[in-house]
Design a protein around this ligand. Structure first.
Ligand SMILES: [Zn+2]
Length: 695
């Protein structure tokens, strides 16, 4: 546990954006670890609330509404319902799943803003922004398209070019147009309220860098790099009609920035959940934990805490255990390409198999680095871990108990306990602490590994004891029966322990186990773990029920096939070939003197070889007439060394030397690159004396 003595816990999971369904990357990123943590804390009988809800404001929702010809409210209603259902189906058991379009949230977020405003904590700034005169709206980044200044794509957005990935500001776009009306936007003055984050920098440094060294490395490192780079004021309002209205008289047509209002959604949801909400938000002995994905670290570790600090009435997060990303079959999840495994489709394709997905996503969770989900791994983990280890142990125990002990919990005969029995007892008693320590430190994979390991030990125990071999002698040999009893008594107590330990991870499975053991849910309380008296002697138990089933190759092949067919290709080459080449815009004008600084010379390639461990590089020896020099050139993917020896080339001869892969490169050779990316040498039409100047 943390050093502080907490009385209650408030656990939040990132508000999913109500602009589309949730995929398994979302689950692995924050909802599953948060749910495991909360289920464990509830089993510990701690006072804990688990809040979440959908984030229903922001530009992408209004754009989606416009494209589909419906209202933003209709967009969020549709996805809020779908997201909520997906979570419920997967057993993500929030105490409340609210939404930021609820009135209580609008009131809470507006009051938060108003308090900061009244205390003079915002800076008012007037800036010029693009405005669409046809629709009379200021255009946020995503409302503007134009030509990308970097790659020439005609459909770059005001914040990013999706073709080349460059992040842009609206001013950088060439020929900007409004996505609402296609009109050419004009610049217009607009006023916004900025939160001076830089004023909180010294405090944030002390609070995180000094005070929270225990945070996960990926989180701590990202915070440190933000703080090292220096914080800037951030606009906390936007020109839009969709969102929480700025609660000021001169702010018509302005709403709170979605990243100002969304985290306040945790507070609003708690208000909705319980009249005691202030205990969770305002008392210092509350432990607040935010589960998020790595893309939200700055908002939850820097901006929201600074807002809470400025407000002054609320507790700060104790930890923000963010996960990295989960890729799928080796590629980044992309909702626009439909490269994703959607949760609502998984539950249809694999009915009653929620725990398999929970298991695989936890066992393979991107806790410290990006990880990869593959359907093959999904199948392997199910078949060789859940079926062959955990499920197998529980099933064997129940089958043997019915066959050898009349379906009742047999007695334990202490006099016959041997070393193997004592070792198993010790393993059962130790498991609780091991799982618990990992869970308290947000190490969910390791915690799950300990549970599976305990079931593996159960299998080894049965294998060693072989109670089925002793069964032949029962009539004559009382001792044989007592040995059988001991083995199955301990195996059954272990099964009950496994139900307690697996419950936070695989609650549906724990439920099935309770049913087989005919015990009530109370048995799952964490304090019972480690006990060897969970099932009463003589108590009759139900027939075994398979906890997991084998997943067949065809099911996996179908999923891989589905992923391939539903997704758009990474590079839309077909489309590229049919469209005219896109020309890069010209670089800024230069004067003659700039040009005159360049010294171009003709040279001949006299030798060429591949650079070791660099797929793109060739090391060229060039006869320049007045000297011979080495140039490293990135053309190895276009030409073989043999094909270019003897060619004349144009060399930028006065470029400062540069080391590439440890080789000093003295100059550059000029190449033309066509729209398909093919390279062509630039050389004199007739063979010319080496060293000739090019002007
Ligand atoms: Zn671009």
């Amino acid at each position: 546990m943390t050093t502080k003595n907490y009385q209650r816990l408030l656990v939040t999971a990132a508000l999913p954006y109500a602009n589309g369904p949730v995929h398994i990357g979302h689950l692995a990123g924050c909802y599953l670890p948060a749910d495991i943590y909360v289920r464990y804390q509830k089993a510990q009988k701690r006072d804990v609330q688990f809040v979440c809800g959908s984030d229903e404001h922001g530009v992408p929702i209004t754009i989606r509404a416009m494209k589909e010809g419906i209202t933003p409210q209709e967009v969020v209603d549709k996805y809020h319902a779908l997201i909520k259902e997906s979570f419920a189906q997967m057993g993500i058991a929030f105490d409340i799943f609210s939404r930021t379009s609820n009135p209580v949230h609008h009131e809470t977020a507006a009051a938060f803003f108003k308090k900061l405003y009244n205390e003079g904590l915002f800076e008012e700034k007037e800036t010029e922004q693009y405005f669409d005169e046809t629709t009379q709206t200021f255009l946020a980044d995503r409302y503007i398209t134009g030509t990308c200044p970097v790659c020439g794509s005609l459909s770059a957005y005001g914040d990013q070019c999706e073709k080349c990935g460059t992040s842009l500001s609206p001013e950088q776009l060439i020929h900007p147009r409004s996505t609402l009306s296609d009109a050419i936007p004009v610049k217009k003055k607009t006023k916004h309220w900025y939160f001076p984050l830089q004023n909180y920098e010294p405090w944030l440094k002390e609070w995180i860098i000094e005070g929270h060294k225990e945070w996960k490395n990926n989180v701590y490192g990202q915070c440190k790099s933000w703080l090292d780079n220096g914080l800037q004021p951030r606009a906390m309002t936007r020109d839009s009609n969709w969102g929480v209205k700025v609660p000021l008289p001169d702010a018509a047509g302005k709403v709170l920035y979605v990243w100002f209002d969304a985290p306040i959604g945790y507070i609003s949801a708690t208000k909705e959940l319980t009249p005691q909400w202030k205990d969770y938000w305002c008392k210092e002995d509350t432990k607040l934990v935010h589960f998020i994905g790595k893309d939200n670290i700055v908002f939850h570790c820097i901006i929201f805490p600074a807002m809470l600090k400025a407000h002054g009435n609320f507790v700060l997060p104790d930890n923000v255990p963010a996960n990295e990303f989960l890729n799928i079959e080796g590629e980044k999840v992309s909702t626009s390409r439909n490269w994703a495994v959607w949760v609502h489709e998984y539950v249809k394709d694999f009915p009653e198999q929620q725990d398999v997905l929970r298991y695989v996503l936890c066992a393979n969770a991107p806790e410290t680095k990006d990880n990869d989900f593959t359907w093959k791994d999904f199948q392997d983990r199910n078949n060789s871990e859940l079926v062959a280890i955990f499920g197998n142990f529980v099933n064997r125990t129940f089958v043997l108990m019915h066959k050898l002990c009349n379906g009742k919990v047999p007695q334990l005969h202490n006099v016959h306990l041997d070393e193997t029995d004592h070792a198993l007892i010790a393993d059962i008693q130790k498991a609780k602490t091991k799982v618990e320590e990992n869970l308290e430190q947000y190490k969910f994979r390791d915690a799950l590994f300990e549970v599976i390991d305990l079931s593996r030990k159960g299998n080894q125990y049965l294998q060693k004891k072989e109670p089925w071999k002793k069964a032949g002698n029962v009539a004559e040999d009382i001792i044989s029966q007592q040995l059988i009893d001991n083995c199955l008594h301990l195996s059954l107590q272990l099964t009950a322990n496994l139900a307690i330990l697996i419950n936070p991870f695989l609650p549906h499975t724990a439920g099935k186990m309770l049913h087989m053991m005919k015990v009530v849910e109370k048995m799952l309380e964490w304090q019972n773990a480690g006990s060897l008296n969970l099932l009463r002697v003589g108590y009759s138990l139900r027939a075994p029920q398979l906890l997991f089933r084998k997943i067949e190759d065809e099911e996996i092949a179908a999923q891989v096939q589905k992923l391939q067919t539903q997704s758009k290709p990474l590079n839309n080459t077909a489309a590229m070939e049919t469209t005219a080449p896109e020309y890069k815009p010209l670089k800024p004008e230069i004067v003659y003197d700039d040009f005159a600084k360049l010294d171009f010379r003709v040279g001949t390639i006299v030798a060429a070889e591949k650079v070791v461990k660099a797929d793109k590089l060739l090391q060229l020896t060039i006869d320049m007439g007045f000297e011979t020099r080495t140039i490293v050139s990135g053309i190895a993917e276009h030409f073989t060394p043999e094909a270019i020896v003897g060619k004349q080339v144009t060399v930028v001869a006065n470029l400062a030397p540069r080391k590439m892969r440890g080789i000093e490169s003295n100059g550059m050779i000029l190449m033309a690159e066509d729209s398909k990316g093919k390279l062509h040498f630039i050389h004199p039409e007739d063979v010319t004396e080496n060293g000739s100047e090019v002007r």
